[in-house]
Design a protein around this ligand. Structure first.
Ligand SMILES: [Zn+2]
Length: 335
């Protein structure tokens, strides 16, 4: 795929084949029991934006309750500035009865000219989380070797985005030839003193500085608006973490936005963008950034791929009532 000129027809064909392959490739699942198979989602979806190939991979998913502190309700993490009654009513009317929901994990591959860029790396290539770790088989399905990935961009350094960089069983880099692009602020935060209380409070975050340092010889630090490769730029979106970036891809007179965790879910982030999220390190700024980004996505009619949206998580933001609404692109209505 890397050597051939990308074209729209090829991508549509591959996309359909890959979706069909999702069901057929069940034997590739780690764990192998029926419950794991039934609750995991693998596969890829491929489309073209002009001459740029875009492939969304399903690395799997985890649940909000997996990362919720023991003394809290999962729902309470999603509106810490909102009273419990209002919050529960919201969850109930969206049929989220347990106050819990699934967070799919969907890294994106961008192929432009002879350059191959992966945006976020999934949680882990080994099953640290029981339902993630499927990116490697997705890449294989797409015919992309991990050795041929030129750049990995990290929207931020949380483990569900950075964890796929290193194989935890061997500590070997998974993408041995890739430059690792991360914002200067993000790298500085997690490798500096400021992160200490956060690393201490959340067990799941403890490995971040070690993974970042293991990439030190090939890290490229970027700022707002920097070019990753031609047509692919960073967009500073602080709040979830101090140096969080989104990635914008321009092709064919259109703009594609890869959200990272600046817009996390298809319901709350759109419908209640002002609700403070426990997992935003600066919840006030997180809310401000979310609204600013959604405003821009609406005005510019940006095509969006959401990292934690239901796979393949492709669609648009619409203005709705006092806030926004997620408008999923039908698989036949993609660019
Ligand atoms: Zn995330």
């Amino acid at each position: 795929m890397n050597d051939s000129k990308l074209n729209r027809r090829t991508f549509f064909t591959l996309g359909a084949a890959a979706l069909a392959g999702t069901a057929l490739s069940s034997t590739g699942l780690k764990g192998g029991n029926n419950r794991t198979f039934g609750r995991s989602q693998m596969g890829l979806y491929r489309f073209a934006l002009g001459d740029v190939g875009v492939t969304v991979f399903s690395d799997g998913h985890f649940h909000l309750s997996d990362i919720t502190p023991e003394d809290m309700d999962a729902a309470a993490t999603q509106g810490v500035n909102i009273d419990a009654e209002t919050r529960d009513e919201y969850f109930r009317t969206r049929l989220l009865h347990e106050g819990d929901f699934r967070l799919p994990v969907s890294p994106v591959l961008i192929e432009s000219g002879d350059r191959t860029v992966l945006v976020d790396s999934g949680w882990s290539v080994a099953p640290v989380s029981p339902h993630t770790g499927h990116l490697a088989s997705g890449l294989e399905m797409a015919g992309v070797s991990t050795e041929n990935i030129d750049v990995v961009v990290l929207t931020h350094a949380h483990p569900d985005h950075l964890g796929g960089l290193v194989d935890p069983r061997t500590e070997d880099p998974v993408f041995p030839n890739a430059e690792v692009v991360i914002s200067e602020t993000e790298y500085g935060f997690w490798t500096g003193d400021q992160a200490a209380p956060v690393l201490q409070a959340f067990d799941v975050l403890k490995g971040i500085p070690k993974i970042l340092h293991s990439m030190d010889d090939r890290i490229r630090l970027v700022r707002d608006g920097d070019e990753v490769i031609g047509g692919v730029r960073t967009l500073a979106t602080p709040g979830h973490t101090p140096g969080h970036i989104c990635v914008g891809v321009e092709a064919d007179g259109r703009e594609l936005l890869l959200t990272g965790d600046a817009i996390t879910t298809i319901h709350l982030s759109f419908e209640r963008p002002g609700w403070h999220n426990l997992f935003d390190l600066d919840p006030e700024k997180g809310a401000e950034t979310r609204k600013r980004l959604l405003d821009r996505a609406v005005v510019d009619e940006m095509l969006i791929v959401g990292y934690h949206f239901p796979f393949p998580g492709i669609g648009y933001a619409l203005e709705f009532e006092e806030a926004y609404r997620w408008h999923a692109a039908g698989l036949t209505a993609l660019p």
